[in-house]
Structures are given as C-alpha cells and as structure tokens.
Write a protein that binds this ligand. Sequence first.
Ligand code: GLU
Length: 311
Amino acid sequence: MSAARGRFAPSPTGDLHLGNARTALLAWLDARSQGGVFVLRMEDLDPQRSRPAAAVQILDDLKWLGLDWEEGPDLGGAFAPYEQSRRAEIYRVAVERLLDDGRAFRCSCSRADVARAAGAPHASEEGARYPGTCRAGPAQPGGPTAVRLRVDAGSVSFVDRVAGAQSFDVAAAGDFVMQRADGVAAYQLAVAVDDAAMGITRVVRGDDLLSSTPRQLLVYRALGLPPPEFAHVPLLVGADGQRLAKRGGALALGALRARGVRPERLVGWLAATAGVGDGQAAQPGELVAGFRIDRVVREPAVVTESALAEL
Ligand code: GLU
C-alpha cells in the first residue's frame, strides 16, 4: 500500500476564516494520523477572482495555526507547480485527451442558451440541466467553445468516510463544463486532475463540496485515473445557521490574530467543535494520537458570539 497523502486546497479569493481553518486542521490531522504527507495546493484557477495577496496571507495564517506541509507553493515538491494558475498546460492536455477519446465535446452555448433550451428562461446554468444541444457538434461553429464532459444516464455511488454511503443521479447535472469558453479549466476538472497527479489518497474537505464529488468521480473515470477516498466534514455555521463563509470579516483568522487570540487556543477550540480533544489549548501535533476522521462530529457546529469572545 502506498503512503497516505492528504491535502488542503484553498481558493485565494478572500481571507482564511474559522471554517476553512477547521477544515485545514482536520485534513492535516487525518494525514498525520496516517503517518502521511500533507500537500498544500493553491486553487487560484480563476484569474478574475483570485488575489495573490490572499494566497500569501492564507499560507501565513496556516503556519500561524501550527500546520505544516511537505509540498506546496512555497516549498515546491515532486509534483510542482502547486498553484493551479501555473498548471494550465496540464489541464489543457487532459481536456484534449477527453476530446480525442470522445468523452467530451465542444459546446458553443452561452448560459442564457442553456437556460432557454432547458425551458427555464430565468434559471442560472446551475439550475438548468444542459439539454445536450452541442453533443453532435457545436450549434454555432467558428466561435468560442467551452468543453463539456459527456454524462450518460446512471448514478454514481461512493462511501464517504464521514457522510457515509452516497448515491447521486448524475444525469440530473447534465453534461458539465471541463473548460470554459475563455480557455480556463473548470474546477471539477482541475481538482480531479490535480489530486490524481499529486498522488492524493485522502481528500478531507467541507461538506459544501459533497455534491461535487460525483462529478469529479466521473472525471476520474473518463480519464482512467484512480480516485482518492473522500471525507466531507460538516461546516461551521453561525448562530443564524448561515455558513461562516457568508459572514463578515470578524471571523477571518487575521481579525482573530489582531485581537490577540493565541493559535493553541484556537486549535484546541476548533478541534473540540469537531469532537476532537478536550477543548484545552493544544498544538496540532498534540491532537494526532488516536485521531480518526470517521469519528468527527457529523452535525454542523454552531459558533456563538460568546464562544468567540472567550477565545
Ligand atoms: N478550492 C476549493 C475551495 O476552497 C476546495 C477544493 C477541494 O477541497 O476540493 O472551496
């Protein structure tokens, strides 16, 4: 059996907040408890949304928490580069392969075309199933085309190490985008290509991505790549039930640091919200012994103002 390799793959679109920090800690504990390697990958795929300063800050915040990694944007490693913005050629080759194998096709439809053809004029593309317009060739040849994966009817099943047995009707999503019309790879393609290329064996991430996993499994399948094991951990939510990502900057690690919160205190508390440790201040390394990702709390953890004030 090959050694465990875990990863954290933040998108540098804003500050690292408490919820991301908790996911990073759990992914790190999972890799370390297996004696495995931890990889950091910067998912700065979208040039419009990514901010270089945020990428620098995220690395700094993770180090402040006491997390470390063997491979990453700052360290390099055998599978460099570790920034998606520098891996465009790798994605292009994967997309070409899908096209050559007939597993993907070029599509000239705009979002509005998809919504209209699906009979839902006001629906966003996410809400409208792609009706297969360009399966036999672009409806409007000559212009810019996206590339879509051909999705056949059926379901995709997998066992998530936290969320349990999952089964999704993949045809419901329709043929989804691998490469946008502007040439940028889609997240679903890049994440699967990268996790496979970097030899990741264990993916631990927030359960907002659980419903993306079946599509990623289809990408693995289409490219003949072995998928990792998945563990989707429940997110931290505010007292109003809203995901923390949707709340203001007060929950950014930078704001907590500026307020004088100690990293060991935060680590101990974040771990306890997942049912790990006793809530006392701790270095990440002190929580490794006996850690099991399949024992983390399965309900979203609620962050109250008073808990934050006590940090
Ligand atoms: N970059 C994604 C995000 O920050 C996470 C991707 C993943 O963990 O697979 O939401």
